[in-house]
Design a protein around this ligand. Structure first.
Ligand SMILES: NC(=O)c1ccc[n+]([C@@H]2O[C@H](COP(=O)([O-])OP(=O)(O)OC[C@H]3O[C@@H](n4cnc5c(N)ncnc54)[C@H](O)[C@@H]3O)[C@@H](O)[C@H]2O)c1
Length: 439
């Protein structure tokens, strides 16, 4: 089978590589020449565990190719995936310009049947727009070539992307023709041999499923953050509450961890986009409005705790930060809580010493060199003379530091654990002051 994935970002590169791993001939296409040149040399632009080996193996086997020239591969394809970005526009709606750009290019260059599948996260109605864009370009060329559109939202998680893609809980596919259904069944069968769970549905339902899934997960997070904040006021321990409710089969234990707000490239923009779709259709989604507002405030929670801990003011304080990426196992800093905290702390006159095992490069690219912002070389360098330490991302290497060394290296003794990964009693025994979230 010959397919192309247009857009070679987190989703495009991971899905293309995983399809190639299953024996499919895959071409990954992107407009970013630098990215494609690097990939051709085997340089992987993102950090994703296991990805580099898999890319190199499949390039060597000549099943995985990279190009900036979509036209050069179109004729041999059976399926083309659109996996370009759909960032939030200023009004919160999903920006579909990249998706439709690809659709128009396909219409301008295709010469035989093609199944055009949207994998990007897009609002209901987008596949129809993709179809119209292709049709318009074919009409401009005076051609009537048969093609289908389909929707195949992606549910992989950064940091676990390969595992998620190679053995998904389910694959959701929206189709409107039997041929499209057959092609998608053939493509996905190897992934689900033992437990074939492709859920076929109509296209609008598939498009909506992705937003509903991310919004549900975001809702659980904001709900638990609300519960955690209340636990602090009433003297309950949210870790106990989490275990207590997570063991209820009707609730389940996943996505019940309180923290310092969700970030990343998906939840914030997808919640916004769904709210926008609702507003456009005269619906108010009050739960989701609250989810967004709670999250916005939760990103400032560690800053508020610091303000309380230092009533004399934060000006001139040295604050260490462990973790910058929006979650572990990725260098992605889109909508990361660290960015909110860094801005607030710099504005308050703090000296910041930040460290992350893989996202330092990305942090420098986004934040640049700034006065009072020091990019530390390891966890102990970060805490040098610090008045307080903020644990922001729960990377494994932060879990068991030498507290004696940390204590000796810091000037102060306050630890604010934004992810509840430390044992309070242990830290108290080392002479620290400790606060988590909801405990
Ligand atoms: N990142 C995730 O964890 C994740 C998970 C599920 C779904 N999604 C969705 O998948 C989509 C892609 O997300 P991502 O994180 O991979 O984005 P990304 O920003 O990492 O990558 C997008 C890529 O598309 C390329 N591109 C833009 N216009 C193009 C064009 N006309 N032709 C070819 N390439 C073009 C860009 O150069 C970029 O390399 C989004 O809709 C996102 O919401 C993302």
């Amino acid at each position: 089978m010959n397919i192309a994935i247009v857009g070679t970002g987190y989703v495009g590169l991971v899905s293309g590589t995983c399809f190639a791993e299953m024996g499919v001939d895959v071409t990954c296409v992107d407009v970013n020449e630098q990215k494609i040149d690097s990939l051709k040399k085997g340089i992987i632009p993102i950090f994703e565990p296991g990805l580099e080996d898999m890319v190199l193996r499949n390039m060597k086997a000549k099943r995985l190719h990279f190009t900036t020239d979509l036209g050069s591969v179109l004729d041999k394809l059976e399926i083309l995936f659109i996996a370009v970005g759909t960032p939030a526009d200023e009004d919160g709606s999903a920006d579909l310009s990249y998706v439709l750009q690809v659709a128009r290019e396909v219409g301008r260059k295709m010469n035989n049947y093609l199944l055009v599948v949207t994998k990007s996260t897009v609002p209901v109605g987008t596949s129809r727009k993709v179809r119209e864009a292709v049709e318009q370009e074919l009409k401009n060329r005076g051609l009537d070539i048969d093609f289908d559109v389909a929707s195949n939202p992606e549910f992989l998680k950064e940091g676990d992307a390969i595992k998620d893609f190679m053995s998904p809980d389910r694959v959701v596919v929206g189709v409107e023709s039997e041929h499209a259904r057959e092609l998608m069944t053939r493509l996905y069968r190897p992934f689900l041999l033992n437990n074939f769970r492709v859920i076929f549905m109509d296209i609008p339902s598939a498009e909506m499923t992705k937003y509903a899934a991310n919004s549900m997960l975001a809702t659980r997070i904001s709900f638990m953050n609300d519960i955690a904040n209340l636990c602090e006021q009433v003297g309950a321990d949210v870790n106990m509450v989490r275990k207590g409710i997570g063991s209820d089969a009707r609730i389940g234990s996943k996505f019940l961890y309180p923290g310092i707000g969700y970030g990343g490239s998906c939840f914030p923009k997808d919640v916004k986009a769904l709210l926008h779709t609702a507003a456009e259709n005269g619906c108010r989604m009050r739960v989701l409005e609250a989810v967004e507002e709670v999250n916005y405030r939760q990103k400032e929670v560690l800053f508020r705790k610091l303000e309380k801990a230092f009533p004399e003011g934060l000006n001139g304080k040295t604050i260490a930060m462990w973790g910058l990426s929006f979650k572990p196992n990725t260098d992605d800093m889109r909508e990361a809580t660290s960015l909110v905290l860094i801005n607030l702390l710099l504005e308050a006159g703090c000296n910041l010493r930040v460290y992350d095992p893989v996202a330092i490069g990305e942090a420098k690219r986004i934040l640049k060199e700034k006065d009072n912002l020091y990019y530390a070389s390891d966890i102990y360098d970060a805490v040098l003379n610090a008045d307080a330490l903020l644990l922001v991302t729960e990377w494994k290497e932060f879990r068991l530091p030498s507290w004696q060394v940390v204590k000796k290296t810091m000037r102060g003794n306050l630890i604010l654990d934004g992810r509840n990964i430390y044992d309070k009693q242990e830290l108290l025994s080392h002479g620290f002051r400790y606060q988590g979230i909801g405990i």
